[in-house]
Write a protein that binds this ligand. Structure first.
Ligand SMILES: C[S@@+](CC[C@H](N)C(=O)[O-])C[C@H]1O[C@@H](n2cnc3c(N)ncnc32)[C@H](O)[C@@H]1O
Length: 230
């Protein structure tokens, strides 16, 4: 089952908490707080305090699921907030998985290293989170997205999302993405037969996600005819 909600996730999560709606896993990609880089056309990514924002979202997510996984990039503008956040939630953080990006945008400045990695924070309320396979490494190697989705500039590489959904969830699990963006988590969940709920605040991005997820659903439901020679 797929449910897409065009709303501010903070409000929707309040509704979930009030009505005791729970999910097997939250997999999401919060805004980066990129400030000066124009990542989004429609969304102003300029929180006064990114730490307060992350805290508010995380507290709600941990009430809605016992398995919360999301990516964070410590950039020049937000790194103090990111490191403070990691310290504050050390008891909830079970693992930090590093995404080693094979094709990062190079930095030509001596005071800024090329930012070639992102963290994936794996959080729980105390339960032990397990992977579906063995010998899973805590460093993953994937390029940043090569697939361009018209209208959204922060689209996650589908293979990165596929790695997390395959390893940390099972078929028919209920997966939630509270920052749906262009809908990558939904596309992967349809493909891997997980139930999916996605929340996106911006109407235009919401429509992009809806279209992508519907197209994936049509593709999955299409059963090609096989011809046999008897
Ligand atoms: C990093 S992008 C997500 C990208 C997504 N993983 C993809 O592959 O397209 C973050 C998204 O969160 C949305 N957003 C920001 N604040 C939100 C909020 N409070 N509630 C719901 N969506 C929000 C932004 O509009 C943006 O599309």
């Amino acid at each position: 089952m797929i449910k897409l909600i065009n709303d501010n996730c903070l409000n929707t999560m309040d509704f979930f908490i009030k009505n005791n709606v729970k999910f097997d896993c939250i997999f999401t990609s919060p805004p980066y707080n990129s400030k000066r880089f124009k990542k989004y056309d429609n969304f102003k990514d300029d929180y006064n305090c990114y730490y307060t924002f992350l805290k508010e979202v995380t507290n709600k997510m941990l009430k809605v699921s016992n398995k919360v996984i999301f990516n964070l990039q410590a950039n020049y503008y937000n790194r103090n907030d990111v490191y403070k956040f990691i310290g504050e939630y050390s008891k909830n953080i079970q693992r930090i998985i590093i995404w080693n990006k094979s094709n990062p945008a190079p930095s030509s400045l001596k005071n800024r290293l090329t930012n070639a990695h992102e963290y994936f924070i794996v959080m729980t309320n105390g339960e032990t989170i397990t992977t579906n396979s063995v010998f899973v490494r805590d460093v993953i190697n994937y390029p940043i997205n090569s697939k361009k989705i018209k209208g959204h500039n922060a689209v996650m590489n589908e293979d990165v999302c596929r790695f997390f959904i395959s390893e940390f969830t099972n078929k028919q699990d209920n997966v939630l993405d509270v920052f749906l963006g262009s809908g990558t988590t939904g596309v992967v969940c349809v493909d891997l037969e997980r139930n999916f709920t996605g929340i996106e605040m911006d109407k235009e991005y919401f429509e992009i996600a809806k279209k992508r997820i519907e197209e994936k659903k049509d593709e999955k439901d299409f059963i090609p005819l096989t011809l046999f020679n008897i």
